[in-house]
Design a protein around this ligand. Structure first.
Ligand SMILES: [Zn+2]
Length: 274
């Protein structure tokens, strides 16, 4: 990873910096033929933008280049070759490492916006520079960026050499993915996996093992990927969350998630190994 997180104010030499500019949860990029670029501060001096006198917030270095984020309003005008895009839609067009730096910027931008006031007493919070947190000067409440852990599980039927995929109620038809769910307070990741799988498809699983993890900053998830084996039970879906769930062989998959996601990495792993 060539990104270095820093909490302190940037004190190095003032050189051109990456500026992650957000409006309505979209990121400003310069669009070239089939690629996209994050603007530099030097570009913006050229464009003479007011940025509403808000100060961009420094959050770290990417390949030794300082990175700042800022949120702008609809009144700010940008050149025609620049446009506001959904970060996920930039996958394949923006340098992948820079895409995930944009994800960090997005998560921090939302946190900064949502933690302006103390949730306990309503006082204006202050940024702490010795850790990634804000502090209420009145009651000393500390507010850390919210990160919501979620498990995502590839359940494999070893006998049939098939993987469990489901069409969620929010998915387009014929689009299937592995099951996932948010961790409840007090739960271990293993508890969460067993509960989610049972709630959603009424089967029991065994042999849970770690796969890998992925930050999913849309807005604040940490996806923790696992594999597990089918143990017993008949699939019976919870219709409030899932339209259909079934076992699929590696050579006959439905439409599955794009390569940006850990869901796809789990399914690709299954295809390679089964
Ligand atoms: Zn307070």
């Amino acid at each position: 990873m060539t990104f270095k997180f820093e909490m302190k104010k940037y004190t190095g030499e003032i050189i051109s910096s990456y500026l992650f500019i957000f409006r309505d949860n979209l990121l400003l990029v310069e669009l070239l033929d089939d690629s996209a670029k994050i603007p530099f501060t030097s570009d913006l001096t050229e464009f003479n933008l007011s940025l509403h006198q808000k100060k961009p917030i420094y959050f770290g270095l990417f390949e030794n280049t300082p990175c700042y984020f800022i949120e702008v309003s609809n009144d700010d005008e940008f050149p025609a070759e620049m446009s506001f895009e959904n970060i996920r839609s930039l996958y394949g067009r923006l340098n992948e490492e820079l895409l995930w730096v944009a994800g960090r910027a997005f998560q921090l931008m939302l946190w900064d916006k949502n933690s302006q006031y103390c949730g306990q007493c309503g006082t204006h919070t202050e940024i702490k520079f010795d850790e990634r947190a804000k502090k209420c000067p009145e009651c000393n409440l500390l507010v850390f960026p919210r990160i919501s852990p979620a498990v995502i599980v590839g359940v494999i039927n070893q006998k049939q050499r098939k993987i469990l995929l489901a069409n969620g109620t929010r998915f387009p038809s014929n689009f299937y993915s592995v099951l996932a769910g948010f961790v409840e307070p007090g739960e271990t990741l293993e508890d969460c996996i067993r509960r989610e799988i049972f709630e959603e498809v009424r089967i029991e699983i065994k042999n849970i093992r770690y796969f890998s993890s992925q930050s999913w900053p849309f807005p604040d998830s940490l996806m923790i990927g696992f594999l597990a084996d089918y143990a017993k039970g008949q699939i019976s879906v919870d219709p409030s969350e899932i339209n259909d769930a079934n076992w699929f062989p590696a050579d006959d998959l439905p439409r599955i998630p794009g390569k940006i996601s850990i869901a796809r990495k789990i399914i690709d792993w299954f295809v390679e190994n089964y």
